[in-house]
Each structure stands twice: as structure tokens, then as C-alpha cells.
Ligand binder design. Structure first.
Ligand code: FAQ
Length: 331
């Protein structure tokens, strides 16, 4: 049996052994703790899934909460750049598709907050941390969607990048997160197709429309490169997450997979990227990109992106306006 008092950050994980003995994760010298850890890591190495009631090291639990909470926040905030464009969609068909997509993203947030809750952190706490700006969300959503072409690029390439990342993470070791991601990936595939369809329509249109797509891609290219996180050498968590099977591939491996999939398609459509160093390396069979503006990335993820404050303000407004619904449901 597992118990964790998450609301107290200093509370240790508590395990009751079959013999009824209580041990805690802040007693690493305890012989049973070591035995638990060895058995846990052996399960991971054997490809088994860890479920909420299983014993897990405190750091595994904390890492997963951090990662899933950030992911859930990203889906919720990620609905805003496209959501802003719903009233301005160029046709009823596009408006219906965009509304459904935005609704899906909010649904993904629900699934992910639920997965994080299985680890013992209450949703209200996660909402409070999102609203007060103390928990992170993806860098890409801190930029404005300036034109309809930005909406198309987001659905095509940000969803495309999210599919690459989430298909990999879906094979991770924590059962509830992996299962949520499998469901999410089905929907993201529709989103990506809807984005690609919008891009193709615009590229088959007038010169001004093609130019609008190119300008949108220029705006999103570097944020997209940085979407996969810092290079492996700078990544803080990758080593531990990989060891515990949470992150089956590193940030750089995921970024390369994305470039391998999308760079040929970008060029095929007659588009370019604002990166003079981008080239295909015959020897490795990989696309090589230039150095991204990492200083900007760290500014953005600390809450200083061009749209960070506005996104949070919109989020808080929605939260406040939904208060009466939450209260009514609790009665
Ligand atoms: N943005 O040590 P690492 C979507 C932070 S969903 C902001 O490499 P890790 C769907 C990182 O948290 C998009 N912060 O970290 C959609 C850490 O800070 P911390 C979200 C970032 O965890 C589409 C620090 O930098 N997807 O798009 C970012 O090993 C269209 C050091 O980094 C997920 O969350 C970033 N891009 O790897 C919705 C997927 N990258 O926490 C609407 C799950 C890094 O120590 C429209 N998460 N940081 O303060 C992951 O795969 C990983 O957590 C990474 C980061 C790859 C994001």
C-alpha cells in the first residue's frame, strides 16, 4: 500500500510492507528501501508499467508530477493562440474544425491533470500554480498567432511536433500517463491533418497567401526547434527520466525525429526556414539546424515571453468566470 501526503512538500513517501512494517523514502539507508528500489528499477528494465498503487521512489513521483502538470498546463494555455482566431475563421467549415480542435486541446488538459492526480497532487493545487505563474507551460504558446496562416502552422507543425514527442512518451513507464497520451495522439493526428490541409489550401492560393504562410513559418521555426527542450548536454532531467523509462528518447533525439519527418515536407511545399545553417547531412542521414536563440528560450520559460502575461491573464479570467460552475457542481 502506498500513501503520500503531497500537500506537505517535506512529507516522505510511506510504504507499508507485506509484513506490516512502515518504511519511508527518506530512509534510503533502510535495507527495505534499497530492496524496493532495486525491484522497482528491475520492473522498469523489464518494460513493465508502473501503476498508481505500486511503490515508487519519491523522486520518480515528483518528476512525473512536474512533467505531467507542465504538459497539462501546455494543453490548456495552448488552446488560446488558436482559440483567439475562432471568430475570424475564413469559412464555416474552418470555424467548425478549429472550434473542435480547441475543444480537444482543453480535453487533453483534463486527461493529463487526471493522470497527474493519480500521483497524489490535487487538481486545485495545480490550477493555483498555473494561475499564479509558478508552474511552467510550453515555450511555443508564449508567442502571438498574428495571422490565419499562424493558425495553420500551429496545427500542422506544433501538433506535428507534439505527436512526435507524445508518441515517444506514450511508451514511457508510468501507465496512466502513457494511456492518456495514446488517446491524445489519435486526436492530435486529426489536428495535424487539419493543419496540413489549411497549409496546402493557402499554398495553392494567391502569392499573398503563400507569403503569409512563409512569414508565419519564419515566426514559429525557432520556437519549434526549442519546443523539444534544451540540448541533451544542457538538459537537467533527461538522464534520470531516461533511466526510469519516463522519457524513452532524449530531447535531441526527438528534435531530430521531427526534422526528419517535416523538413522534406516543408521544402516540398515550396517553403523555407529562416536558418542559414539548415542542411541535410548525408553521412548521418539527419537534418542539421543552426543554433537556436536559447537565451530567448530561458526568458520565455521563466514567464517573460511576448504573450506570457496576456495568456495567463486570459487563463485567470476563464478560471474566475468558471467559479460559479465549480461551486454549483460541489453542492
Ligand atoms: N517549454 O531538463 P529538461 C502541445 C524546461 S503540448 C517550457 O530538458 P525535461 C499540444 C523544463 O521543464 C506541449 N519549458 O526538461 C498542443 C525544465 O524546467 P524545470 C507540451 C521547457 O522535462 C499543440 C528545464 O526547461 N508537451 O503542444 C521546455 O526533461 C497545439 C530543463 O529542461 C509536453 O509537455 C519547453 N518547450 O524535458 C496544444 C510533453 N523544454 O521543470 C495546443 C511532455 C524544457 O526543471 C496546440 N514533456 N523546458 O523548471 C516533455 O516531453 C519534457 O518535459 C520536455 C522537457 C521535452 C518538454
Amino acid at each position: 500500500m502506498y500513501g503520500s501526503v503531497y500537500t506537505d512538500p517535506n512529507a516522505p513517501d510511506v510504504v507499508e510492507t507485506a509484513a506490516g512494517e512502515i518504511i519511508t523514502s527518506d530512509m534510503p539507508e533502510h535495507p527495505d528501501y534499497e530492496a524496493h528500489l532495486v525491484a522497482f528499477e528491475a520492473r522498469i528494465d523489464a518494460g513493465e508499467k508502473i501503476e498508481p498503487d505500486d511503490w515508487m521512489p519519491r523522486r520518480y513521483r515528483d518528476q512525473l508530477i512536474r512533467l505531467i502538470q507542465q504538459h497539462a498546463n501546455s494543453e490548456l494555455i495552448g488552446a488560446l493562440p488558436e482559440g483567439t482566431w475562432i471568430p475570424y475563421a475564413p469559412s464555416l467549415k474552418r470555424k467548425k474544425a478549429l472550434t473542435a480542435k480547441v475543444q480537444d486541446e482543453v480535453g487533453h488538459a483534463q486527461l493529463l491533470y487526471r493522470a497527474a492526480e493519480t500521483l497524489g497532487k490535487p487538481r486545485e493545487e495545480m490550477m493555483a500554480e498555473l494561475n499564479d505563474g509558478s508552474s511552467k507551460w510550453s515555450n511555443v504558446f508564449a508567442y502571438p498567432a498574428e495571422t490565419w496562416a499562424d493558425v495553420a502552422v500551429i496545427a500542422w507543425l506544433i501538433d506535428g511536433a507534439a505527436i512526435v514527442n507524445q508518441t515517444i512518451m506514450a511508451n514511457g513507464s508510468y501507465g496512466p500517463y502513457g494511456r492518456a497520451l495514446k488517446r491524445i495522439c489519435y486526436e492530435e493526428s486529426f489536428h495535424m491533418k487539419h493543419g496540413e490541409d489549411m497549409i496546402i489550401t493557402l499554398m495553392e492560393g494567391s502569392e499573398a497567401q503563400r507569403q503569409q504562410v512563409q512569414e508565419a513559418l519564419n515566426r514559429w521555426y525557432w520556437p519549434l526547434i526549442m519546443f523539444f527542450g534544451p540540448h541533451d548536454k544542457q538538459s537537467v532531467h533527461t538522464e534520470q527520466l531516461k533511466k526510469w523509462g519516463v522519457k524513452p528518447k532524449t530531447n535531441d533525439e526527438q528534435r531530430q525525429e521531427f526534422l526528419g519527418k517535416y523538413m522534406p515536407r516543408i521544402y516540398e511545399l515550396g517553403l523555407t526556414v529562416p536558418d542559414p545553417d539548415m542542411h541535410y547531412d548525408e553521412a548521418s542521414g539527419e537534418w542539421r539546424h543552426g543554433e537556436a536563440p536559447w537565451d530567448e528560450f530561458y526568458q520565455v520559460i521563466r514567464g517573460n515571453g511576448p504573450m506570457s502575461a496576456e495568456r495567463l491573464a486570459t487563463r485567470r479570467l476563464a478560471y474566475d468566470e468558471g467559479k460559479w460552475v465549480r461551486e454549483a457542481l460541489e453542492r
